[in-house]
Design a protein around this ligand. Structure first.
Ligand SMILES: [Zn+2]
Length: 267
């Protein structure tokens, strides 16, 4: 994973594994000026004027080189992954109260899909030979419920081959900062992905800590991806508040990042 800074100052992470246009936004290079949203806040309702969020969205999509009409509905920590196509262009960015979704897959060119995070795990997926991409929002609930497995299943249904799928796991809260309680541990033990996830709760020290990127990696491997096709940012949003928004570090007073991918036009 590499940090790229585009003209105009927008900084985002991209994976060398994936050639299709994609990026995990940092908080750098936008127009938001509030202390907690400065500067590339990509969500409405965090304190910025809507115009600032829209300007940030335009800057970020231009920097990544994709259509600015990003599909990203409200997120609810589900395992719902929606297959979208040409007709869904303009489906909505964040504001659509009657509709929520935590992941997207598409085989349509020039349809930009995205997920919003600020500690949760963003996952971007691509089978470039088949021309199929995916974007997933994996907080702890979605992670242990198996949204990564669902995302891969949706891509396979469109014609992707898991042996070809590349996954980029973006910046999220890391093991270092993700102290969890016993109720969390119980919920993981009772979840559909318990067998893959429980070993990624570490119990050294006074409090258990969970490794969400490692849990998602384990699920992706079990879904048929190969280890060399999984690229992880290994950057903790909670440690690196200079680069990222963190829900935990800011106690909820924060902006939001966006991670996007698209199959390019004419590919
Ligand atoms: Zn950390």
């Amino acid at each position: 994973m590499r940090l790229v800074t585009a003209q105009g100052g927008v900084s985002f992470l991209r994976s060398d594994l994936i050639a299709f246009p994609h990026g995990f936004a940092t908080r750098l290079g936008g127009v938001s000026t509030l202390p907690h949203t400065a500067s590339l806040n990509l969500a409405f309702g965090r304190g910025d004027e809507d115009a600032a969020v829209l300007a940030n969205l335009a800057r970020f999509t231009e920097a990544v080189g994709v259509s600015g009409e990003v599909i990203s509905l409200p997120q609810v920590h589900s395992t719902d992954v929606r297959t979208v196509g040409e007709a869904d262009r303009g489906l909505g960015y964040q504001r659509k109260a009657d509709s929520a979704c935590d992941g997207y897959v598409t085989a349509a060119p020039d349809v930009t899909i995205g997920v919003k995070t600020a500690d949760c795990v963003p996952i971007l997926l691509a089978d470039e030979e088949a021309g199929i991409v995916g974007a997933l929002h994996a907080g702890w609930r979605g992670t242990v419920a198996g949204i990564a497995r669902e995302g891969i299943a949706r891509m396979i249904a469109l014609g992707a081959d898991p042996a070809r799928i590349k996954a980029a796991i973006g910046p999220s809260i890391g093991l270092c900062c993700y102290a969890v309680g016993e109720d969390f541990c119980r919920a993981v033990a009772e979840s559909p992905c318990a067998a893959l996830c429980l070993s990624h709760i570490h119990r050294e020290g006074d409090q258990p800590h969970a490794d969400l990127p490692a849990m998602n990696t384990a699920i992706l491997l079990s879904a048929g991806l190969s280890a060399e096709h999984i690229d992880t940012a290994h950057l903790c949003t909670c440690c690196r508040t200079d680069l990222f928004y963190s829900h935990r570090a800011s106690r909820g007073v924060r902006g939001t990042m966006l991670s996007i991918i698209a199959r390019p036009k004419g590919d």
